[in-house]
Design a protein around this ligand. Structure first.
Ligand code: CS2
Length: 495
């Protein structure tokens, strides 16, 4: 089956790339990651291109075994089917403007499909060798209400709360899996643990901690109280900021990788050369020497996180909606349009910059230039519609904090209004300028469609209908009529 660039064999420890190419980095010694010390929930492309790489580099530099990763997949067995036949090996294809390089990563030494292997997940969380649980489960994976509390009516959460007894294995929500795992850990006497959220949320560690507390409070009987006390005494929840652009892998990427590696890699991920990780240094039971791999360990992540979410992710979302509507397939094509690049730059200069608490040594203008240059990397092929998905979950984190801070000082954040109007136009139109359909991939899709259907159809009424969804916009924005007027004006132009 020589289907991928002539490569017959599949990547694994018995089929490694030849050691002769300078543009291919081979994995380190197999034993380094054999023993699992980290369980990662949500083993998608992002984790494999980011935290797993930092962890492997740290293990190699410090020559420290024991931090192998067991990647847990939640919704489908695809990643398990990709990684297991490859002994967990996969390549990161790094695409800069001028070159393509690949490195084979071996840090993910085990994988697990939670829906079918609940018992094993529980055993791992209760294993004393496991000292950190990291996660990238996306914004919607936390199942939060608009007020930040756990959505107890969410079917997965409700299921987990009503499942019988301590340490029950069939949990479906992340929060349920964690609390049940921690109960099992308490029972086994396995000792303290760190839960490290790596999702794009404001104060991700605090958010996670709050959700676990909500879950414990909602558990019937004494179980919840016991679990909450044990967690308070034994578990830390550092915040972290993660950054690397990781577009969805395509068949072309797989063919390029096969040509480079000489073996097929079904678990391939693609990434830009840049990578950043800022972590609050509050670990309950040790951690890899991530600082030796280039991560920044700090006392307070908030300024870094705010900078990244508001500048990078804020402009990313704005460009995704404006670009998709204008018929651009990729973010790189979008920032190549001078009008759209300036719109993103204005969002940073006029609205975001005045709200920031700038991290030491950072120049916001230079940071914004760097971000837009990263977006402009044409080799990535990062699709506008990929960034556009889950808007209802992303806008609050990326844009509404900026809006609130500006409004509180009496300013009307016109660029934020444009970004929100672009999202609304994307939802309403469902097609780009050439008539091509734009997918609305969003957990609130039925709600969004209904709001638009029920509105009379002019830009003002659509703006009011969508801004009136409290799950996205909360309730305070309605106190600022000048802001909703600005959104409506932009929406009218876009429609
Ligand atoms: C993007 C992010 O898909 C998206 O919504 O904005 O995934 C972005 O590429 C990363 O946060 C970069 O670190």
């Amino acid at each position: 089956m020589a289907d991928r660039g002539g490569a017959v064999n599949r990547l694994s420890w018995s089929h490694l790339p030849a050691a002769t190419r300078l543009d291919v980095q081979l994995p380190p010694n197999r034993t380094l990651a054999e023993s699992v010390g980290i369980v990662h929930l949500g083993i998608g492309a992002f984790h494999r291109a980011h935290q797993a790489v930092f962890t492997e580099d740290a293990a190699v530099i410090a020559q420290e075994p024991g931090w192998g990763i067991c990647g847990v997949t939640q919704r489908s067995s695809t990643v398990v089917d990709q990684l297991r036949p490859q002994d967990g090996l996969y390549a990161v294809l790094e695409r800069s403007r001028s070159e393509v390089r690949a490195r084979v990563v071996a840090q993910v030494s085990d994988v697990l499909f939670a829906a079918q292997e609940g018992e094993r997940l529980l055993r791992l969380l209760a294993d004393p060798a496991v000292r950190i649980v990291t996660m990238t489960v996306t914004e919607k994976g936390y199942r939060r209400r608009a007020d930040g509390t756990l959505d107890l009516d969410d079917p997965a959460v409700a299921h987990d709360l009503s499942s019988p007894g301590r340490g029950h294995a069939g949990s479906r929500s992340i929060v349920g899996q964690l609390v049940r795992g921690l109960q099992a850990r308490q029972t086994c006497g396995a000792g303290p643990l760190t839960l490290l959220s790596c999702d794009n949320l404001t104060e991700n560690g605090r958010v996670l901690q709050g959700l676990l507390q909500d879950f414990c409070r909602a558990l019937p009987g004494r179980d919840g109280e016991d679990a909450a006390t044990w967690i308070a005494d034994n578990v830390t929840f550092p915040c972290s900021m993660v950054d690397r652009i990781v577009p969805a892998t395509t068949e072309r990427d797989r063919a390029d990788a096969a040509a480079l590696l000489g073996v097929r890699d079904e678990a391939l991920v693609v990434a830009e050369p840049f990578g950043q990780w800022v972590i609050e240094d509050r670990f309950a039971a040790g951690r890899p020497a991530w600082e030796r791999a280039g991560a920044t360990l700090v006392d307070d992540v908030a300024p870094y996180e705010q900078l990244k979410l508001r500048v990078l992710n804020g402009t990313h979302s704005m460009l995704a909606y404006l670009g998709a509507l204008a018929g651009y397939e990729t973010i790189a094509d979008t920032v190549a349009d001078p009008a759209l690049r300036s719109a993103a730059r204005r969002l940073v200069d006029d609205d975001v910059a005045p709200t920031l608490q700038v991290p030491p040594g950072v120049d916001v203008s230079a940071y914004a230039d760097q971000v837009l240059d990263r977006f402009a990397n044409p080799a990535l092929g990062h699709r506008t519609t990929q960034v556009a998905m889950d808007g209802s979950q992303k806008l609050p984190v990326r844009l509404l904090g900026t809006a609130r801070d500006r409004l509180a000082t009496g300013a009307v954040p016109d660029s934020v209004a444009l970004a929100i109007a672009a999202w609304m136009a994307y939802v309403v139109r469902g097609r780009d300028i050439t008539g091509r359909p734009l997918p609305l991939d969003d957990p609130l899709e039925p709600r969004l469609r209904k709001a638009v259907r029920d509105a009379p159809g002019d830009a003002r009424s659509i703006t009011d209908a969508l801004l009136g969804i409290p799950e996205i916009f909360g309730t305070e924005l309605t106190d600022y009529p000048a802001f909703s007027a600005a959104v409506a004006t932009h929406l009218k132009e876009l429609l």
